[in-house]
Design a protein around this ligand. Structure first.
Ligand code: ARG
Length: 456
């Protein structure tokens, strides 16, 4: 079959080599953007008189037929036509005849594909932002339900100090808020039109780049044609922001997986977000959380993959750049579905508040309370730390906890200790008293939630 670029070739094509070079199996996802870009380009060609108004209208009408067919999934793509641009141009030719050949005046596939990618990413970043926003709402709602749910706070995965479960959830809210801000901020670097940069050097035709940029809704234009056709850092930035976001989801999933375990039993996922085992009848596995943790790996891979593809490329376009697509599509899909799953999983998750609270009763996570108590009674904190440390050791040997130590023993250790120590040692008191800004005290958690709700 004759190639659209076949003029200077007289050797024959080999199907398996064509298949290796083709991007149509994956870039057909850009059909809508490619047609939108072509419509803007042909309108401009008509208005500037580069082609006649009638020609522009004919081409435009043909493109609209293709747009309708694309929306109805009626387009049939072929490997022989290599990529989405050549497939559509061929189809346009079939629709309207030889005038279709005028569409590519003053344009190259290099600025065309870059335009498609900018349009695609802009649209999908907006979609992902909406999903992050929704997940943040779910987090705030869940946190509000659990301001007064006490759980062990961990450092080194060892019980450290009791905290509010609402506070724990709001930590993820903070991370997701920054993820959303990063995505929003990045849009201005996606919202730039490369259309009209042509192959690499611009064009001799009197095109109007501002006109196409305006029609396509771009806020800005690449001011250097070499940069415009070879820039992929807007994709790298998206992959990088997505990697950070997925890393946050992955950490959260790791905690959910731990909390679902027999040892923790802090939460239970609904059946919808769990799966069973084909051999062990009792199993209820947190597969969705595990998968999101796993899928973070492929998103990191997409980022590292594209960085590696681009790092050695001389300006301007090189075919290597065709490798920018699958990773981007994959990340868009992975991040979007992961966010949907997260939102549903957290919204419906059952929290075993009693088990969480009980976990703070049979431990030494109130040791800081005792040390602080001594310090407020005038004992230097370092000395207080030493006293409590020794007491913890003695308790461990006896198999008891700080709240089980009789008052006489406390007073023998130091007469400043009074009966109010038992209330001080209660985990709920420990949480409530942490009033410092951003701390886990109920008032502070409520304040975080209040501020979040004002912003959402
Ligand atoms: N399919 C190509 C890509 O995705 C389109 C640009 C081709 N340009 C070229 N000069 N071969 O990168």
């Amino acid at each position: 079959m004759a190639k659209l670029w076949g003029g200077r070739f007289d050797g024959k094509n080999e199907a398996w080599i064509d298949a290796f070079g083709a991007s149509i199996p994956f870039d057909q996802q850009l059909a809508k953007q490619d047609i939108t870009g072509s419509l803007a380009h042909v309108n401009m060609l008509g208005k500037t008189g580069i082609i006649t108004k009638e020609e522009a209208q004919q081409i435009s009408a043909g493109l609209k037929i293709l747009a309708k067919k694309a929306a109805n999934h009626e387009l049939v793509f072929t490997i022989e036509n290599e990529d989405i641009h050549l497939n559509l141009e061929k189809m346009l030719h079939d629709e309207i005849g030889p005038v279709a050949g005028k569409l590519h005046t003053a344009r190259s596939r290099n600025d065309q594909v870059a335009t498609d990618m900018h349009l695609y990413l802009k649209e999908h970043i907006h979609e992902i932002i909406e999903k992050v926003q929704h997940f943040r709402t779910v987090l705030v709602d869940k946190a509000e339900e659990h301001v007064e749910t006490i759980m062990p706070g961990y450092t080194h995965l060892q019980h450290a100090q009791p905290i509010s479960f609402g506070h724990h959830l709001m930590a993820y809210y903070g991370m997701l808020t920054r993820d959303q801000a990063r995505l929003e901020e990045s849009i201005k670097r996606v919202d730039i039109s490369p259309l009209g940069c042509s192959a690499l050097a611009g064009t001799t035709f009197p095109i109007d780049r501002q006109m196409t940029a305006d029609e396509l809704g771009f806020a800005d234009l690449y001011m250097n044609s070499l940069d415009g056709v070879s820039d992929r850092d807007f994709i790298l930035e998206f992959l990088s922001n997505s990697s950070i976001l997925m890393m946050h989801l992955s950490r959260f999933c790791e905690e959910i997986i731990l909390w679902c375990s027999h040892e923790f039993k802090f939460v239970e996922l609904t059946d919808t977000f769990s799966t069973g085992s084909s051999i062990m009848p009792q199993k209820k596995n947190p597969d969705m959380a595990e998968l999101i943790r796993g899928k973070s790996g492929r998103v990191f891979g997409d980022l590292i993959g594209l960085l590696t593809v681009i790092k050695g490329l001389p300006l301007a376009y090189n075919k290597d750049l065709q490798e920018d697509k699958e990773g981007m599509f994959d990340t868009v899909h992975t991040v979007a579905t992961s966010l949907d799953i997260m939102a549903g999983m957290i919204a419906t998750m059952k929290v075993n508040t009693q088990t969480m609270h009980d976990a703070t009763e049979k431990d030494f996570s109130n040791a800081t309370e005792l040390a602080d108590y001594l310090a407020t009674k005038g004992i230097p904190f370092r000395q207080a730390h030493e006293i409590v440390g020794k007491l913890v050791l003695a308790c461990t040997q006896k198999g008891i906890y700080l709240q089980d130590v009789p008052l006489e023993e406390y007073q023998a250790i130091n007469p400043v200790i009074e009966a109010d120590i038992y209330d001080t040692l209660a985990s709920k008191t420990a949480v409530i008293r942490r009033h410092s800004l951003g701390g886990t005290g109920f008032d502070q958690v409520k304040k975080q939630i209040q501020l979040a709700k004002e912003k959402l």
